[in-house]
Design a protein around this ligand. Structure first.
Ligand code: ARG
Length: 397
């Protein structure tokens, strides 16, 4: 039996791939795999219904806890961001691809298909992981290979009677997981078009967000959040709760121009209430417990890590090596951060840790014993020695 595993979201691109795989690529059996990484449960259900309707052998895999623990929290430890937003789509792709490979092994398939276009980043991320985990895999990318446009796809879907929600007016392309929600396409492709309220689902705008100040306490252990306001939760439950709290307070709306891997600039809107809040809290705790050299060097490591993660190189040895450093620093990132949320702002107001490299006695304006100011005199006198010599030479000319 000629089988192909289709990485299936239930959206327009991947639904179009189903008849194509049969009619144009000659496969007898289409195996669809939908991985639940925290997208809208309605989307998962719709994917199942569409798969049934189109007679595929369908698998839904609940990977929310694995995603939160091993992907979101790994990214949090590395302060994973790209051009100013918490990376989200990019960290879900490796897990989705890994699950597709597992199903392929179980079902005895070596062919894969995905619905990525030839303009985006996901084609790199998905194909890299499949090839890393199954070197003899054959991978099809029909949207790219047939140079399809969304308008053409909608037309094709109508002709083939495929179940789709998109119309020519509502043409947003949305990607969602626990760590964030990305909205692009349609009228948003004009960078000069203001995002309409209807694109947002997780965050409230300034007019609708809560009118009272809300305080939230986040407890960390080894750089990983473990409880919210004293309540211990599993990783996925915790991220869902923080998404709700931060979203109700209007936190995490980002509208940017993003540079894709191919060099294309694209206008992106993100909703990332939970990840934005957790990143703010995590950085505040790092600032309390890490040495200044660790902080300075870790910023470079974090940026290198983020680039690899953005490109989907999840199983790269360089990434592994960077994580050795990151994990070593995170052992001390334990303690609590309290933030005050109000209409889109999240301000750190308290932080405490058993590993704090801070002594009130040393820093205080009111304590003369713990640190005798006079001892600084010699250090200050010799500070900038070479720089001062340079100025003397210059002035003497
Ligand atoms: N530009 C983002 C990335 O490359 C998101 C891409 C997918 N988003 C979407 N709405 N289809 O990670």
């Amino acid at each position: 039996m000629n089988k192909v595993v289709l990485v299936y979201s239930g959206g327009l691109d991947t639904t179009v791939c189903i008849p194509m795989m049969k009619e144009e690529y000659g496969y007898d059996e289409i195996i669809t795999v939908t991985v639940d990484v925290g997208q809208d449960p309605k989307d998962i259900q719709q994917a199942e219904e569409k798969a049934k309707h189109l007679n595929t052998k369908h698998f839904t895999i609940d990977a929310k806890e694995e995603f939160a623990k091993d992907f979101c929290f790994t990214s949090l430890k590395a302060n994973g961001t790209y051009e100013g937003y918490p990376i989200s789509t990019s960290i879900a792709r490796p897990l989705i691809s890994k699950k597709a490979v597992e199903i392929a092994m179980q079902e005895g398939a070596t062919s894969f298909a995905h619905g990525c276009t030839g303009k985006g980043n996901d084609q790199f991320r998905i194909e890299y992981v499949i090839q890393a985990l199954m070197p003899n895999a054959k991978i099809h990318a029909p949207i790219r290979e047939k140079n399809m446009t969304r308008v053409w796809e909608i037309d094709y879907a109508k002709k083939k009677n495929l179940p789709i929600q998109q119309s020519l007016e509502k043409i947003w392309s949305i990607d969602e997981n626990l760590w964030g929600r990305s909205i692009e396409g349609g009228k948003l492709e004009d960078p000069n078009f203001a995002p309409p309220e209807e694109i947002f689902q997780w965050t409230k705008g300034p007019l609708n967000s809560l009118n009272e100040i809300c305080e939230v306490a986040i407890q960390f252990e080894n750089g990983t959040p473990i409880s919210i306001n004293g309540k211990t939760l599993t990783p996925a439950q915790l991220v869902l709760l923080v998404n709700k709290i931060a979203g109700d307070n209007g936190i995490g709306r980002i509208d940017i121009m993003e540079d894709r891997m191919l060099g294309l600039k694209v206008r992106e809107n993100y909703e990332c209430p939970g990840s934005a809040l957790l990143l703010t809290a995590h950085k505040a705790l790092e600032a309390l417990v890490l040495t200044r050299d660790e902080i300075r060097f870790k910023a470079i490591v974090d940026q290198e890590w983020s680039k690899l993660a953005y490109e989907g190189l999840w199983y790269d040895p360089f990434k592994d090596a960077l994580e050795s450093f990151i994990n070593k620093t995170q052992v001390r990132v334990c303690g609590e951060v309290v933030l005050r949320l109000y209409k889109g702002s999240a301000q750190v107001i308290k932080r405490s840790s058993p590993w704090a490299l801070y002594s009130e006695a040393l820093a205080s304006f009111d304590n003369a014993e713990a640190y005798d100011q006079r001892e600084s005199t010699g250090t200050v006198k010799n500070f900038g020695l070479q720089s001062r010599m340079f100025y003397q030479l210059k002035n003497a000319r």
